[in-house]
Design a protein around this ligand. Structure first.
Ligand SMILES: [Mg+2]
Length: 174
């Protein structure tokens, strides 16, 4: 039986940080440098308080138009041959994101079946052999091998095995 691999969407498959940077620039005319967010918790490090950033996530198209992180499509395609892959996203926090995330996955990862998509609340319900996620609190409750995908807001964490990009994911798991 294939091993089960759990993969997160925002800031793992999709460039959520880039979407915040682009949206912020359109709104306020200031382009925040990605590096300036390094080591700061999610939503921190911006000129405006994080509530302002949080509001972006309720806008139509916010999740639908995210860019795909470099290398994600090709590596996930190969992982999908070797593992039992599930895409798991805590989408319940943003109800409008459910349809947008589904459409985004169908567009950019057409080789995955809808049965491989899990939109949930808490990820503590999830079991598997490997989990790739950018948020340590999602990895905390996972019983398998925990893999932290590098994002600006997790640079300060050292308790988990780190993967900096999709090339490193492929090197470890393929
Ligand atoms: Mg994420």
């Amino acid at each position: 039986m294939k091993q089960r691999l759990i993969i997160d969407m925002d800031d793992v498959m999709a460039d959520a940080t880039g979407q915040f940077i682009d949206t912020y620039e359109k709104e306020f005319g200031v382009r925040v440098a990605r590096e300036s967010l390094n080591g700061k918790t999610e939503g921190a490090g911006w000129p405006h308080p994080q509530e302002v950033l949080y509001q972006f996530t309720f806008r139509p198209q916010f999740f639908r138009t995210m860019r795909v992180n470099e290398g994600a499509q090709e590596v996930v395609r190969q992982l999908n041959e070797k593992y039992s892959v599930f895409i798991v996203s805590s989408a319940m926090e943003f109800p409008n994101s459910l349809r947008e995330k589904l459409d985004w996955l169908k567009e950019h990862f057409p080789f995955l079946h809808w049965k491989q998509f899990v939109f949930c609340g808490s990820k503590s319900i999830v079991h598997g052999d490997y989990m790739i996620d950018d948020l340590p609190h999602n990895l905390d409750t996972f019983g398998g091998r925990r893999l932290l995908f590098t994002a600006p807001h997790n640079m300060q964490f050292t308790q988990y095995e780190r993967l900096n990009n999709w090339r490193e994911v492929g090197a470890l798991l393929l």
